[in-house]
Design a protein around this ligand. Sequence first.
Ligand code: ZN
Length: 173
Amino acid sequence: MSDGDPRRPDPGTSVPPPPPASDADDLRFMALALVEAEAAARAGEVPVGAVVVRAGEILARAHNLREATDDPTAHAEVLAVRAAAARIGSWRLDGCVLYVTLEPCFMCAGALVNARLPRLVFGAPDPKAGAVGSLADVVRDARLNHRVEVSSGVLAQACGDVLKAFFAGRRGR
Ligand code: ZN
């Protein structure tokens, strides 16, 4: 399905359609993801935050915990997807939107496909590791069995600034 496809979802399906994009909601939930990123920075973690929302309800919020857990997979998106799936009791995140401050990496983009996430909203691009448009486009690869609707650039400046400030602070130490 391409962007702006006017076709209605098949009424016979039990899978809820992706929630419609709302600029106000996108800003509100990205601001929450940014709060998570700021919490990560205070804890000495690379500041990336994520929030999973379904029908306006926040199912999960998380930030990068790689240092605290010594876990290379403890990225904000993976942690938020796991928590949301546990909360709804299903590995399929039908009807959910994931907000994340930074373009997902290959691992996280793969996790979003595996979760059958309908929609992803991210803030800043990641030209060095991003897999949703920068180095590859994993979530919109027609060869895979699921594709994710993507919005990008939401609060991109603020999302990028928290990362820049973090790394600038580390260099100054
Ligand atoms: Zn990642």
